[in-house]
Design a protein around this ligand. Structure first.
Ligand SMILES: N=[N+]=NCCCCNC(=O)[C@@H]1[C@H]2[C@H](O)[C@@H](O)[C@H](O)[C@@H](CO)[C@@H]12
Length: 461
């Protein structure tokens, strides 16, 4: 499906009378290294993000995940916040290094104990746990053995997954193998902006392929013992040509292949996009055909993380991504420089519906970083821009359901202000404000609004 040229913010027709299904799942999401703190506590092994943050110059202001939101200790307080929001589900990630400090071999039972306490606390609060096995924090010990560049990484991941399933499956009934393999590949191995900070055209597709193999092996491990559901979370970003000029449309097709079809095609269609293979050329790795059968092991749902769109202008064919993202007149941009474009979420959902056979979909992340004023007298945080972003994107979901998308739920990113990777603590995505000097949590206006949305099952957006 190719998208026509769109400028400005398209208005989305509200579908009157279209309700969310009664069983639509409303949640919020976080990730271990971004909120937990105590990365080495109780026998945990360091991750590549612990190493990256402690490497001078890698993260803004030298920020680290050493404390973060101190969720490792404050999780009961944070579950109380989730109850106050009325969350029906909570998406979190499990830190591999807490469970297997060296990445393979000896299990750190204290690490599993932490997640067991968290899961039991969620269940007690009537909140369905949704656990992500890998949200970017590879054990540093495995990175010393090549990390995702090593074909053995797929087996390492399956071993880790199996240990976690054994302890938590049944109480956790919704599993995700990987969070955003594209970002792991692009940020960690091409741009170098994210851990482990490589910049290598030949490494990137090898990493992407091993991540997909790891996903497939973990799904197969789950099928051997699991009784519930497992899926994959991808970030999808619709690409629109800056003009109808042939070179802009060609650049858009390359950008679409590189970010969107890169992981979706192998998982759902069992083969890579030819445009992608041509883009990498000599850097494209060889691998046995059986890998593609492993990668396409069927999953139960797809998680889509949606933030923004990308208007693409040809910039002379710099590989792989045309880096020219022309500013859109009249558009709103968040603190991360991402255009607010809710129409892109609708286009993405309909693209997945039509190209990949309408799989069950959850929006597993959607949110925005805008500057938040200090906590006002009386403890309010007024964040109108974030509230508007939330409203606009939730409205789109109604239309997507009306269009026939099998949309099952929505997780706001994020429950808490947290460590925004290389941005440090400078970008706030939370529905709940965190004062990192004293760990005080304050519900923002956007959080209070989201609670009303949940309570009305989306009637009042
Ligand atoms: N250019 N550009 N286009 C946008 C590409 C977005 C890629 N980053 C994400 O999706 C990350 C995802 C991550 O799971 C979470 O851990 C991050 O905190 C959020 C916020 O950054 C998002």
């Amino acid at each position: 499906m190719s998208w026509g040229v769109r400028t400005g913010t398209a208005s989305v027709e509200r579908v009157d009378g279209m309700d969310f299904p009664d069983d639509f799942l409303w949640g919020a999401a976080t990730a271990a290294y971004q909120i937990e703190g105590s990365p080495l506590a109780d026998g945990a092994g360091a991750s590549i993000w612990h190493r990256f943050c402690h490497t001078p110059g890698m993260v803004r202001d030298g920020d680290t995940g050493d404390v973060a939101c101190d969720h490792y200790h404050r999780w009961p307080e944070d579950i109380a916040l989730m109850r106050r929001l009325g969350l029906q589900s909570y998406r979190f990630s499990i830190a591999w290094g807490r469970v297997l400090p060296q990445g393979t071999g000896a299990v750190n039972e204290a690490g599993l104990d932490f997640y067991e306490r968290l899961v039991d606390g969620l269940l007690e609060a009537g909140i369905a746990p949704n656990a992500t096995l890998y949200h970017w924090d590879l054990p540093a010990a495995l990175d010393d053995c090549g990390g995702w560049l090593n074909r053995d990484s797929a087996d390492w991941f399956a071993e880790y997954a199996e240990r976690v399933f054994r302890r938590l499956d049944g109480r956790v009934k919704m599993w995700t193998t990987l969070n955003e393999p594209w970002v792991v590949m692009d940020g960690g191995y091409l741009s170098g902006a994210l851990a482990p900070g490589h910049r290598n055209l030949y490494e990137a597709p090898i990493v992407a392929h091993n991540l997909l193999r790891a996903h497939g092996k973990a799904v197969q491990a789950y099928r051997a013992s699991g009784a519930h559901r497992i899926g994959l979370v991808v970030n999808l970003e619709p690409k629109y040509p800056a003009s109808d000029a042939l070179q802009d449309r060609a650049a858009t097709r390359r950008a679409h292949a590189y970010m969107n079809r890169h992981f979706m095609d192998p998982v759902f269609r069992g083969r890579y996009d030819e445009v992608l293979v041509q883009m990498f050329g000599a850097a494209w790795p060889s691998f046995p055909a059986s890998d593609l059968e492993l990668i396409r092991t069927p999953i139960d749902f797809l998680g889509i993380n949606y933030y923004t769109r990308n208007v693409v202008r040809d910039d002379g064919g710099r590989f792989p991504l045309p880096v020219d993202r022309p500013v859109q007149p009249g558009a709103t941009y968040s603190e991360t420089g991402w255009e607010v474009f809710p129409q892109g979420l609708l286009d993405t959902l309909n693209w997945v519906r039509t190209r990949y056979g309408n799989p069950p979909v959850y929006i597993t992340e959607n949110g925005s970083a805008f500057y938040d004023p200090p906590v006002a007298q009386g403890g309010a945080v007024h964040d109108p821009l974030r509230m508007h972003y939330l409203r606009q994107h939730l409205r789109v979901l109604r239309q997507a359901i009306a269009d026939g998308c099998d949309l099952r739920g929505y997780y706001a990113w994020s429950l808490l202000d947290n460590l925004e990777w290389a941005h440090g603590y400078s970008k706030r995505f939370g529905l709940v404000h965190v004062d990192f000097q004293n760990q005080r949590r304050t519900l923002k206006d956007s959080g209070a609004h989201y609670a009303r949305v949940i309570a009305s099952n989306g009637q009042c957006l």
